[in-house]
Design a protein around this ligand. Structure first.
Ligand code: HXC
Length: 258
């Protein structure tokens, strides 16, 4: 069994972090494999990706502490940089990415979930940034992304205190979109992924690009960002046939991504 499992169901890819003996903790080999796999996924035509962890206890319990313990500063920087690259690859995939958080999402595990577009979780999920209790700050872009999602004060509080939060609080904070019994999480994620995949790939991609490029910026800087992408969609048959179908009061044909 590899450190990553990957399968496709229809238009949806499912990527599973597979290191259950360490609660799916991210070591260098796993980060490298993730980076390579994300490049491969970006070259596919899948329309939505689900990221989850093996087992019933943990999504990802952070970066690997046993590997980090004896690193020197240069090695630590390289370890942080490699993880940052992988997180950015997740964020920039052309298709939406749903994190199906099936247990602990701590440290680098929460940071991975934050790089995804949408987070769903199981009732036993637990979120937190334990890094400062280990003598380090979060190192995979977690503070920046968490601040954008739940606000800077709460993000700072979680990063400074290392407090762990459970699924209901994560839901209340908007960190996750929904909470499911563990046994229903993947079905729910698949259902959402299928719904996304049934829409026009170019429309979804354009919406993702605009959301990613505009978050945190004032409207004066982002007004009109979508204009060229909006225009580009009118080169597609998907747009023509869907609008025709509406006017003919029928359902559109399945979207083809062109
Ligand atoms: C290495 C880990 C690990 C981790 C768990 N394990 N998390 N190994 N790195 N982050 C290993 C344990 O050592 C143990 O191995 C096995 O997984 C099972 O874990 P237990 O601790 O026995 O399970 P449990 O008692 O249920 O506790 C679960 C847990 C705890 C609460 C999640 O494992 C835990 O606190 N883990 C560390 C969480 C953490 O601090 N994450 C942040 C890391 S720093 P053995 O061999 O004993 O069975 C980080 C930085 C990111 O993420 C940025 C880097 C640049």
């Amino acid at each position: 069994m590899g450190l990553l499992l990957y399968e496709e169901k229809g238009h949806v890819g499912i990527l599973t972090i597979n290191r259950p003996e360490a609660l799916n903790a991210l070591n260098s080999a796993l980060i490298d494999a993730l980076s390579v796999k994300l490049d491969e996924i970006s070259a596919t035509t899948i329309r939505c990706l689900i990221v989850t962890g093996t087992g019933e206890k943990s999504f990802v319990a952070g970066a690997d502490i046993s590997e980090m313990k004896d690193m020197n500063p240069e090695e630590a920087e390289a370890f942080s940089a490699a993880g940052n690259v992988a997180m950015e690859k997740v964020e920039r995939l052309h298709m939406p990415v749903i994190a199906a958080v099936n247990g602990f999402a701590l440290g680098g595990g929460l940071e991975l979930a934050l790089a995804c577009d949408i987070r769903l979780c199981s009732e036993n999920a637990m979120f937190g940034l334990p890094e400062v209790g280990l003598g380090i700050p979060p190192g995979y872009g977690g503070v920046q992304r968490l601040a954008r999602i739940i606000g800077i004060a709460k993000a700072k509080e979680l990063a400074f205190t290392t407090d762990r939060i459970k699924a209901p609080e994560a839901l209340a904070l908007g960190l996750v979109s929904a909470v499911y019994p563990l046994g229903e999480l993947m079905d729910a994620a698949m259902q959402m992924a299928d719904k996304i995949a049934s829409n026009s790939p170019m429309g979804v991609w354009a919406a993702k690009v605009v959301a990613n490029s505009s978050v945190g910026l004032p409207l004066t800087k982002t007004a009109g960002l979508e204009v060229p992408l909006f225009g580009e969609c009118f080169n597609t048959n998907d747009q023509k046939q869907a609008m025709t179908a509406f006017l003919e009061k029928r359902k559109p044909e399945p979207f083809m991504g062109k």
